[in-house]
Write a protein that binds this ligand. Structure first.
Ligand code: SF4
Ligand code: SF4
Length: 217
């Protein structure tokens, strides 16, 4: 799964909402009538996605995060416990994302904290270009409506920024890690390196710190 990101810093995703409750950026309801087929794919997470879900949704990592072995060609694999790993979203036994509300509305219940990769689907970024992913599951009729591609670059800028920064963090970690560290130690390292104050998560991070400090006193 390749999703390179550089920048939006605060461009909100579009407000188009499909019958399945998913929102897709752009001018058309691309997802209308689709039962959220992309919510049954592995969702790779960056440290920014993880932090956003924790801060905005008030979740702990146990609620949604999994650490799995990475494949050789995974772009964002980090060294822990003597092997390469990556972060992914937990799934239910039926392979749907744990944040997919499987009632009739099939809504993403973390709409405002949706991972970058979910916002971009069925596109990903390669070498600064938007490309259709090989694993696209969108029904043909929905793909025909995918006229929002021209809007995706601006919408995805912050997401791209996050993924580019995450790639640097992973690279720095892999260059200095002994390999015996744990995923938790990697996440602590990433958290320090994420420049949260100035990232798109700055405001929610500062609010979290204020509440945290209040609780400490
Ligand atoms: S986070 Fe939301 S959009 Fe992404 S896979 Fe899960 S339910 Fe679908
Ligand atoms: S599979 Fe395609 S059409 Fe269906 S919800 Fe996902 S992005 Fe929308």
């Amino acid at each position: 799964m390749v999703l390179r990101a550089t920048g939006n810093r605060h461009t909100a995703p579009g407000n188009q909402k499909n019958e399945a409750g998913n929102r897709k950026p752009g001018t058309v309801n691309m997802c209308t009538g689709c039962p959220g087929l992309c919510c049954k794919l592995v969702v790779e997470l960056s440290s920014y996605d993880i932090m956003r879900i924790m801060l905005r949704e008030n979740k702990s990592t146990d609620d949604f995060l999994l650490v799995v072995d990475a494949a050789d060609d995974d772009a964002y694999k980090f060294q822990v416990l003597g092997k390469y790993a990556k972060f992914v979203m937990q799934m239910r036994e039926n392979n749907s994302c744990i944040f997919l509300d499987e009632t009739a509305r099939l809504k993403c219940v973390i709409e405002k904290s949706k991972p970058a990769i979910c916002i971009a689907y069925p596109y990903s970024f390669r070498d600064g270009h938007l490309v259709m992913r090989d694993d696209k599951r969108c029904p043909t009729e929905n793909l025909r409506r995918a006229r929002y591609a021209q809007h995706m670059h601006s919408i995805m800028e912050s997401n791209m920024w996050e993924w580019d920064r995450y790639a640097e963090i992973v690279e720095d970690w892999n260059a200095s890690a002994k390999g015996s560290e744990t995923p938790g130690e990697f996440m602590n390292f990433a958290t320090k390196e994420m420049e949260l104050e100035t990232s798109p998560l700055g405001s929610v991070y500062r609010k979290f710190l204020r509440l945290f400090r209040k609780r400490e006193h």
